[in-house]
Design a protein around this ligand. Sequence first.
Ligand code: ADP
Length: 688
Amino acid sequence: MEEKLNTIESSDLSHYKFSEIFDLQVIQKLQDLFSAATGVASLITDPDGTPLTNPSGFSSLCSEIRKTTIGLSNCMKSDCIIGNSKIDGPTIQRCLSGGLIDGGVSIIVDGKHIANWLVGQILDEDYELEDLLSYADLIGMKRDIYIKELMKIKRMSNLQFENVCNFLFLNAQQLSKSAMKNISLTHEIGQRMINELEINQLNTELEKRVVERTTQLEESNCELEETNAVLEEEVHERQKVEEEILKLNDELETRVAERTKQLEESNGVLEETNAVLEEEIYERQKAEEEIISAKEQAEAANAAKSQFLANMSHEIRTPMNGIIGMTDLCLMTELKDDQREYLSIVKSSTVALLGVLNDILDYSKIEAGIINLVNLPFDLQKILNEVIDLFNISATQKGLRLKSNFDRTIPKLIIGDFVRLRQVLSNLLGNGIKFTAQGEIHIKVDVEQQDDHIIKLRFVISDTGIGISKDKIDKLFKRFSQVDDSNTRQFGGTGLGLAISKNLVEMMGGEIGVESQEEVGSSFFFSAVFGHHEKHSKLSNIMETDFSHNDTTQEEKSERKKVLVAEDDLVSRKLVTIFLEKNGFEVIAVDNGKDAVLAFEREKFNLILMDINMPYLDGYTATSIIRLKEQDRRYHTPIIAMTAYALKGDREKCIESGMDDYITKPIEFSQVLEKIRNYVKSETKARN
Ligand code: ADP
């Protein structure tokens, strides 16, 4: 407890007043008893001298003195000095106002001076009256009154008074200590009360929160109960489902077991089947490999066959050239009627044979992929007229009419391969005439589509012939296909014409087809794409050359034109030479390109007919050299190539090497004569 008290800070006590620390009634009683016992006056004041208790045993002298202003002031001053001068013992001194002996002690609680306990108004044993009277004078009191009052004052030895004061000092100290204890206890109690209050407050808050929390918990409890009910329901459902699943599982297991048994059984069967199938696959693979290799062999054989056919027909055509040419020449001589007839038959037979050869050669070239189309400007109307003219004779002979219908909006010049177009037209027109006994053949040309770059034309060749049955139409455009063997015998033919036409038409960007009705007639149609003609091209100039008029002037006829023929094949060379000489030309013939160049250097020619394949120098090189040498001379010698039947790139090569034109072998003299005459005529004009 002592320890606890010591820990209380002094600041805790600083605000206490004397009256709050001590019970004033008890103190007053103590003070009164003390005065009564000792005969010593007593009073308790605050440190400034203000009385805190009622005075006990006060003398009338002091009461009189305190009635005067100076007396009261000096009295209080004196009290203050006594109370405040010492802390370790009582103070004893003479009063400043009345001259009596006073004593006093300070009451100090926890270092704070809170009051003075004063005692006194004693007359000491060795006082001098004369000395004391000066006090009466000081405070303005009459001396006699002073002396009279002084005689009432209690006398006490100094030692007695010292004992009284020491008693007072010890008493004051004990008071202080018990006051201190009292304060600490009061403070502790106060602190406890505060703590209690705080605890009560906390308690109230806690209770409030407990109530709130309880409410919350009750609410969430309700929710949990609901959830619980739902979960229980769900668990129940799941249990039901689980039971069903287990049941299904059992069923499934039974079925799987059954199925496994079945599968094991069928597995055995399958393994057997597998083995059979593997065997079969192996056989098939082997067969496939054999088929592929057979196919490759067949393709190789087919290519070899095509190449062989191309070579053969080319080789056959060279002697054919001789036969036809020589027959022509013979027919130009004087002959007996029967001789002329025989030779005419020879001629027509060879022409027919040549047709067959051309078909085979064409088809084999198409199959071997060595045919390329050329794009040159040409006059479509003119090509059509040529074809119609060609077939007019045979049509007339059969009593058939040949009609044509040409869309006038088609441009005069278009770009394409007119040789191949003529071939397709000839084929279809020839067939029309061949398979029609009476009526007419009609050729119609229309524009199917065009834009800035291309023009697509549609050609229709209709006849009133035997027609083709529906089931045969599909086979028509396949090679070697003829609708009826009996027809073949009746009409002849190779069965290649339509297959060749189909290929050529497709190469020209078009399609070919037929509509036909037996005993009514057929209508063959095809389309082809051509380019628009661009002016000023070198090629176009050549093709635009107008061969229509052949009015040879008297002057031209009178002078024999000189032609150089360069040809290594003896028969062909002889044929051309004889033919040209018979038609009034002077001919110099050489058998190689080198001699052709030498001849050109030696003398001037009006025209050169140049073969392509020759020893020493071929036709292209010889032409290039001639064109180089010509640069020093002031004229241009027309050079016409004599090419084999339109091989890939031949025509372009001819033009590129400097040739003006070309004619194909075997040479159809009646057709090329006009061309030769025209070149000679224009060459003469240019030279003049
Ligand atoms: P061919 O040289 O045999 O005439 P094509 O390929 O030109 O060969 O013709 C094949 C077959 O198509 C002919 O043999 C004939 O049976 C039939 N054919 C072609 N054109 C006509 C047509 N205008 N009228 C009737 N049948 C035709």
